[in-house]
Each structure stands twice: as C-alpha cells, then as structure tokens.
Design a protein around this ligand. Structure first.
Ligand code: CTP
Length: 406
C-alpha cells in the first residue's frame, strides 16, 4: 500500500507501446521530485516493461487488474483515484486515447481516469500515420477539451522505421511538464529574482582572454524555473551560446567587472540573488589595446601578471539591507567541505555545490547532482537533468527565502 508521506502522488499509466521501455526512466525522474508513484499497466504494457522492473524503481507494487482482490483490499481503485495528485499516461497509445476520449472504463487504467479529478497528462506514442489519422486527431481535440494535457508527440525516426510525428517525448521532458504543474507552481509569485550565469572573460589583449568551462546551462535553467514559479526574473549572462528564456529580462556582459556593475545596478530591487556564474577570480593586470605580437614577448616563457577581481557575491552578502543570497560552487575535490567553508566565509544564506571532477555531471553535461547547504541543514539531490535540478532548487530556495522573511 502506498505510504502518505510524500509531497505528490502520481499514478503512472503505461499502455502497450514500444515506448513503454522508457517508463522506467520516467519513474526515476519523477521520483527525483519526491513524488510517490503507483504504476498502472494495461494488459499490453506487459509486452514492453515488466511489473517487477517498475516495482523496483517505483517502490510500490504496480497495479494491473481491476479484479485483483488482494490489491483492491489494500487500496480500492476509487481510493487510488482519490489518492492521485496527477495521472500521467506514458506511453499513451492510439487505443487508450480513443477509449479515454469516449469515456470507456473497461480496465483499471481507464476506470481510474474516469474516477479521478486529478489532472491528466497524456504522452502519445504511435506510428505517424496512426497519429495523423483523423480519428486520433479528433480524440485528441476531445481530450484537450475535457482538460487533459497532451505532451508531444515528438517528430523523428520511429520504431517501425518510418519518420514523422508519433515518437514519445523524452522522459525528462514529460517529467518536467508534470512537475511544472505540480511542484507548488507559484511559490515565487511577485518575488524579484536576480540570477547570474555563465563564465566571464578577462581580456589580455583584443583577441585573447582567460575564461572557464561554464556553459551557463544550470543558471539559465534556474532563471526559467524561477520564472515558472511566478518570479520576476533578471538574468545577467556571461558569454554563452544559449537562447534567452522568454519572459526573463536578460543582460549580457563579458568581464567580471561588467558583471559586477550589472549586478550592482539591479540588486537593490532584488529579493533573491542567485549567483550561478563562474566569475573569473583574476584578470590580467594590464589589458593591451593592440594584439600582443610574438616578437614583443621577451623569451620563450611568458608570464602574465594577474589582479584579483572583486568578489561579487561577497560584497552583496555584506551589504544591508540585502536580498536572500544563494551561491554556487563547482569543486573538483572535497566539495562539501569547501562549500561549507565558502558559504560561511562569503556570508551567503545558502550554497549549491557540485563535483565537476565527475564528467557525467560536470561542465557542459546535461545532468547535474548537487547538494544544497544552508543554515538549517543540507540536501543532496541525486543526478538528474539540469532543468529538473533547477526546479527542485527553486522550490527549496523559495521555502528558505519565505522562512527567512517570516
Ligand atoms: N563569485 C563571485 N565573484 C567572484 C568569484 C565568485 O560572485 N569574483 C561567486 C560565484 O558566482 C559563486 C561563488 O562566488 O556563487 C563561489 O565561486 P568560487 O569561484 O567557487 O569561489 P572562490 O571563493 O573563488 O573559491 P575558489 O578558491 O574555489 O575559486
């Protein structure tokens, strides 16, 4: 029987399509949000994923049959329908779309869908001709009119070898869409959040600079997640190759001193300052106005004198009044010890640390695994896509911010 101590309850319906093999990954992503999951398999889902595999990942016994007396005794299907905060069906075949559009209830999953008042998310997966068929399209329009959210499908190569729309969205995108609706969506409504992201460049001459490997992805994801949580977001970005998030004010800067000036200009009105940027600690003491020529360099060894850049977050954390201050630390060794020390030394309210020596979660990778350290404790988040890390962090930072102001 599912326990009740988790934030969100999700019924994960799996119907009989080849994309069912991805449902295990979806369970993993959703659990990263502390969601409690009860998988519900249709008769044909068994052909693509085993209840044993889903049980191991979800931690709850999958439900398969309306007439399973033992499961019903533990939690009847009407009770299960009430328990759910969301119903997610991934993959959703053409057949289940047709059944749901017509209100059929001829198995456990369709019965639950009729019996629940929780939001319904459908991630269609099927051959492109089946997807484009007027009957399927009619069903989709009907389901949307009934309040269901249709996630995808994506375009591309299909299991049958054809190309076109019908591929199930990636599990991470499905998880993100569901979590965006469920994870206290407006926890930062009306709050002004200032975020810095990306690297800075410290020029030696007009063509050469010192920089670092930050891609800006985690900072941009954080700005987006804060925006989705209702915040009014300003993003100060170093040189990165990322599109501007819609609805976010973006200011581009190059050097640490430009970033400092941009932050100083905006920080007075900010309620929360999240410094994700990998600000260069040093800049060349002298910037040459013209390109340095090899002949002008005296020997085969060249020394560049460096000057320390001012610590942006440190100076903000030491002003009064000041926003709620959250820093980031990318470390290659002893990450927790360094981060704990850094937080106290710079006077931050919280710090998020990740271990960049691990290539799977380091620079430029799509995933991250972080620990959030604050006055009241530490929270480790397992490896998950940066966009999901951002959503979790926004929920946690928002709770800390509101607590600090109370
Ligand atoms: N930071 C900043 N200004 C700087 C350098 C860093 O605001 N000039 C911020 C970063 O945005 C981040 C935090 O400080 O939020 C930690 O950055 P990091 O470079 O790890 O800190 P350092 O004190 O420079 O530590 P290290 O010795 O590891 O470089």
């Amino acid at each position: 029987m599912p326990s009740d101590n988790h934030a969100k309850h999700i019924l994960l319906g799996v119907s009989g399509g080849i994309a069912g093999v991805k449902s295990a990954e979806l369970v993993r992503h959703l659990r990263g949000f502390d969601a409690e999951i009860v998988p519900v398999l249709t008769r044909n889902a068994h052909r693509f994923v085993t209840p044993t595999a889903l049980q191991a990942l979800a931690g709850n016994r999958p439900r398969t049959d309306l007439w399973d007396a033992e499961a019903e005794a533990a939690m009847g299907h009407i009770e299960l329908a009430r328990w759910a905060d969301a119903v997610v069906i991934a993959p959703a075949t053409a057949n289940i779309l047709a059944k749901l559009a017509n209100g059929l209830a001829d198995d456990l999953l369709t019965t639950l869908c009729l019996a629940t008042t929780a939001p319904l998310f459908l991630a269609p997966a099927m051959n492109n001709k089946m997807w484009e068929h007027p009957a399927t399209q009619r069903n989709v329009v009907r389901l949307q009119a009934d309040g269901a959210t249709i996630l995808g499908p994506a375009d591309g190569e299909q299991a049958c070898g054809e190309f076109g729309p019908g591929r199930m969205l990636e599990p991470v995108d499905i998880a993100e869409a569901v979590v965006a609706v469920l994870a206290s969506p407006q926890c930062l409504a009306g709050v002004k959040v200032l975020v810095t992201a990306g690297p800075t460049r410290e020029f030696l001459d007009p063509v050469r600079f010192i920089s670092n490997r930050s891609s800006g992805r985690q900072g941009f994801a954080l700005a987006e997640a804060a925006r989705d949580a209702g915040a009014d977001v300003t993003l100060i970005a170093g040189p990165v190759h990322l599109p501007s998030p819609t609805g976010v004010e973006r200011l581009d800067v190059v050097s640490a001193s430009e970033m400092k000036a941009a932050v100083a200009e905006r920080v007075e009105v900010a309620d929360i300052f999240v410094s994700v940027a990998a600000v260069a600690d040093y800049r060349p003491s002298h910037m040459y106005e013209q390109k340095l020529k090899k002949s002008e360099r005296a020997t085969s060894e060249m020394r560049v004198a460096l000057k320390e850049n001012e610590d942006i977050i440190g100076s903000i954390a030491n002003t009064h009044p000041r926003p709620f201050v959250v820093g980031f630390a990318a470390e290659t060794h002893n990450p927790l010890d360094y981060a704990r020390d850094k937080r106290l030394r710079k006077g931050m309210d919280a710090i998020v640390v990740n271990d960049v020596s691990d290539a799977a979660i380091g620079f430029d990778s799509a995933d991250n695994a972080v620990t959030l350290i604050h006055d009241g404790g530490e929270l480790a988040l397992d490896k998950m896509p940066k966009r999901l890390v951002a959503r979790r962090l926004v929920t946690e930072i928002s709770a800390l911010y509101h607590q600090a102001r109370a």
